[in-house]
Write a protein that binds this ligand. Structure first.
Ligand SMILES: [Zn+2]
Length: 398
């Protein structure tokens, strides 16, 4: 059985589990003989090994599974002393006494750094403040950034970080981008409300300008990227390196193409996945449907397609994000004053606001300095969307 390595991880995992289901069934039908299959089995003297066709695979080092779990294998043998973060072709895994611990969520380290783990797997889409038993840490794209000093946020608030770690002893004031913050026990005294700014349809000609504004205030946002302006693909890498969340929107953004059928949709999705992973080195699990999940334009091309796609997304381990505040920059609002008014009024009505914006609109990007400054001065916290975190789902209407 071939596992296509060019496929995305969820497909790979599915293929892997299917492959291993088959192996288990084969082994059972042969009376647990590993002679004609690959499996992690006991080889005596308390040792377990990855055995293929009756031989220990001494050339293999990685993570392998059997019916009892996933195991750290070194030179063919399960290493029961392995503790930390180890990788195979499907991801990076948290290993405890040789076995992947799928119950672990926290921060664990290996020789390459400290990593945010969610359910046993390194979460490369984690951005913000995360904790383990040693403290609270600033995480950028799944990795603790020990070089960072400044503010960073999580669901509990906005925190002062010193060399990657939340400094709960910090009191007084802190200034950034002309905004003054009051700190108490390392925490910014805010209004308890969170804004998730999201920018769709780029990267494009105004994205660089936007990145500079975000950098000035040190806030992180979420980009739902496309390939509509291929010459700006490099901005995906810039967004990623700056610690923003890079999520997937669409390759073509052509409703007639993507909503023709479910397979047409996922084909377009995979093309965009490839563009993103080329720029960032990672696959994404967060995305937004063109037009949102409640769009009705898709009815014209395929009846019921949104109902099927929203269901399939969950099965694939993907999460889609709609919005509860609309800047209306793809609607009738075409001035920066209008964008500022729509956002500032909108976010006042929610404890958590996912704000729809488009970084392909000059008037939106031009509104951001004023909008962000207003929000920070009024105690709002900015965060990136996170897998498993806050999301808004509109009502599917097709
Ligand atoms: Zn869009």
């Amino acid at each position: 059985m071939e596992i296509n390595r060019s496929q995305s991880p969820w497909k790979g995992l599915l293929a892997l589990s299917l492959a291993l289901c088959m192996v288990t069934l084969t082994a059972l039908s042969l009376g647990v003989s590993a002679k004609s299959s690959t499996d992690v089995i006991s080889v005596g003297d308390g040792r377990w090994a990855l055995v293929k066709d009756g031989h220990v695979e001494t050339s293999y080092t990685g993570i392998s599974k059997n019916k009892h779990g996933w195991w750290r294998v070194k030179n063919g043998y399960v290493d029961f002393h392995a503790n930390g973060v180890y990788r195979n072709e499907y991801g990076w895994w948290y290993v405890k006494n040789g076995k992947v611990d799928f119950d672990y969520t926290g921060i664990a380290k290996n020789a390459n750094g400290w990593w945010q783990i969610a359910g046993g797997k390194v979460n490369f889409e984690a951005n913000g403040v995360f904790r383990n038993e040693h403290g609270w840490w600033y995480v950028k794209q799944g990795k603790v950034d020990f070089n960072y000093t400044g503010l960073a946020s999580n669901a509990a608030g906005n925190w002062y970080i010193k060399n990657g770690k939340a400094d709960f002893s910090k009191n007084g004031t802190y200034s950034k981008g002309g905004v003054n913050y009051t700190l108490k026990g390392g925490k910014v005294q805010g209004n308890g409300k969170t804004i998730f700014l999201t920018f769709d349809d780029g990267p494009a000609q105004y994205t660089d300008q936007l990145l500079s504004i975000l950098d000035k205030y040190g806030i992180k946002v979420t980009f739902f990227v496309t390939n509509c302006y291929p010459k700006y693909q490099y901005d995906i890498q810039k967004e990623f390196q700056a610690g923003h969340a890079v999520a997937l929107h669409t390759y073509t953004h052509n409703y007639g193409t993507v909503y023709k059928s479910t397979s047409a949709y996922w084909n377009d999705f995979e093309k965009m996945e490839n563009v993103i992973s080329k720029q960032t080195g990672h696959r994404v699990t967060m995305f937004r449907f063109p037009g949102g999940s409640s769009n009705t334009v898709s009815r014209k091309y395929c009846s019921g397609v949104m109902t099927s796609l929203t269901r399939q997304a969950g099965q694939k381990g993907l999460t889609y994000y709609d919005w509860n505040v609309d800047s209306n920059d793809a609607g009738g609002t075409k001035t920066s004053d209008g964008i500022y008014n729509n956002i500032s009024r909108g976010v006042a009505n929610h404890k958590q606001s996912i704000v729809l914006c488009h970084d392909v609109k000059s008037y939106t990007v031009n509104a951001m300095d004023r909008t962000i400054k207003w929000a920070l001065q009024n105690g709002y916290t900015f965060r990136t969307l996170q897998p498993g975190g806050y999301t808004v789902h509109q009502k599917v209407a097709n």
